[in-house]
Design a protein around this ligand. Structure first.
Ligand code: ATP
Ligand code: MG
Length: 367
């Protein structure tokens, strides 16, 4: 999957720009607050219809303007598409090959960007919801049914919580309990199968960045692979919590409460791992996600790394660059310093200087 052309209009501090990205590396460099992350955010939005910054629409539109537009020409397995996203204050609208989309699947198939943003390290340290989001976003990328299941679960959960809050009788609650257990089991099943698939690659990539001494692991709640057993387990959990649920008026267990364990040398990464180790783990997770997408779609997805080199020592950086080079994916990186990338062997690509929302493309010899 490749982005061959990118056109931006009134996106954050970028008034108008046209880029023809390199098929391998695209390094956006410059001082702070120039528009490097803004550019990366535009690609992530265009490709996934979601920003990694959780921004409001009006923040995405250049100050004092009424709308913003991001357009791209993409290429996947030899087929080209035109995609376009228009953002105004109230909503976002997307087009695929000139037609407004009403279902996003075909549109999302064009780029499937995998984003690494430094803020994600906070997800490792923060509450379980962040870790669930990290995993869920990865599962959504390869499993359309998963998204539907998660949406269904949210609706069922709301309904069941409403009945619990209103202290409705057991016979009214029971059908919702059964439905929630069914959907919840499908979610736990999909999460654990996904982890099972990518775990060898997460471990492998982490070893590449960090050497042999450190071992990582990932777990999520799913005591069995059998989906009907998972359903029964959930029903048992609801039964055990019955009295407490009535008291608090909410559903107290299920995939909406599960944590994802990120382990380093068998200990919790959030309390045991250093900042650099946490960052390395997320990088390894993202690369494994990309390798898995490559397996599923036959081509690697776009990789977007915001502020890649911060907090990784030179040794880890170089090992990671080596790994990135072997992927042969289209990669977009933002950085304030290009020298570490050049030292790490990243030369085959464009080096794009960013100054106050204006982009100047050069090659490595000219940096
Ligand atoms: P750093 O190296 O610090 O991460 P950066 O180059 O990645 O910097 P960005 O986050 O891309 O910086 O851009 C920040 C700039 O964009 C800031 O100057 C900010 O004021 C400006 N900006 C953000 N939103 C808008 C907007 N809607 N309209 C105009 N300018 C905006
Ligand atoms: Mg930035």
């Amino acid at each position: 999957m490749r982005l061959e052309q990118l056109l931006l209009y009134n996106f954050r501090n970028i008034e108008r720009t046209e880029l023809h990205p390199h098929h391998l590396f695209n390094i956006f460099y410059g001082d702070n607050a120039q528009g490097k992350t803004n550019l990366l955010e535009s690609i992530s939005l265009l490709g996934s219809l979601k920003s990694f910054r959780l921004s409001r629409n009006d923040e995405l539109i250049k100050n004092n303007e009424s709308y913003s537009e991001i357009k791209g020409e993409t290429e996947k397995n030899g087929v080209k598409h035109q995609i376009k996203l228009r953002i105004d204050k109230e909503n976002k609208q997307a087009w695929l090959d000139g037609k407004r989309i009403n279902r996003p699947e075909a549109y999302l198939d064009c780029l499937r960007p995998v984003v690494f943003a430094p803020e994600e390290v906070n997800l490792i340290k923060g509450p379980p919801s962040g870790r669930r989001r990290l995993l869920d976003r990865a599962v959504f990328q390869t499993d359309n049914k998963y998204l539907a299941d998660v949406q269904k679960y949210d609706r069922q959960l709301k309904q069941r919580n409403r009945l619990l809050k209103e202290k409705r009788p057991e016979n009214e609650l029971a059908p919702w309990t059964d439905e929630l257990a069914k959907t919840g089991a499908a979610i736990r099943h999909a999460r654990s199968r996904y982890i099972e698939k990518i775990l060898p690659q997460v471990k492998d990539c982490y070893l590449h960045i960090c050497g042999q001494q450190e071992q990582v692991n990932l777990f999520c709640k799913a005591d069995t692979k059998d989906i009907s057993e998972l359903e029964q387990n959930l029903l048992d959990e609801f039964e055990r919590q019955k009295e407490q649920e009535k008291r608090y008026g909410v559903t107290l267990s299920g995939p909406h409460r599960d944590d994802i364990d990120f382990l380093l040398n068998q200990r919790p990464l959030k309390s045991y791992g250093s900042q650099g180790q946490q960052r390395s783990f997320i990088l390894a997770f993202k690369v494994a996600q990309a390798l898995h997408l490559k397996e599923v779609y036959g081509e690697p997805p776009l990789l977007l790394f915001d502020d890649l080199t911060g907090e990784l020592d030179r040794h880890r950086q170089n090992l990671f660059f080596e790994f990135l080079l072997s992927l042969k994916a289209q990669v977009f990186i933002t950085t304030t310093e290009v020298q570490p990338l050049l030292d790490g062997g990243i030369r085959d690509g464009y080096f794009i200087r960013v100054e106050q929302g204006v982009f100047t493309t050069t090659v490595s010899d000219e940096v």
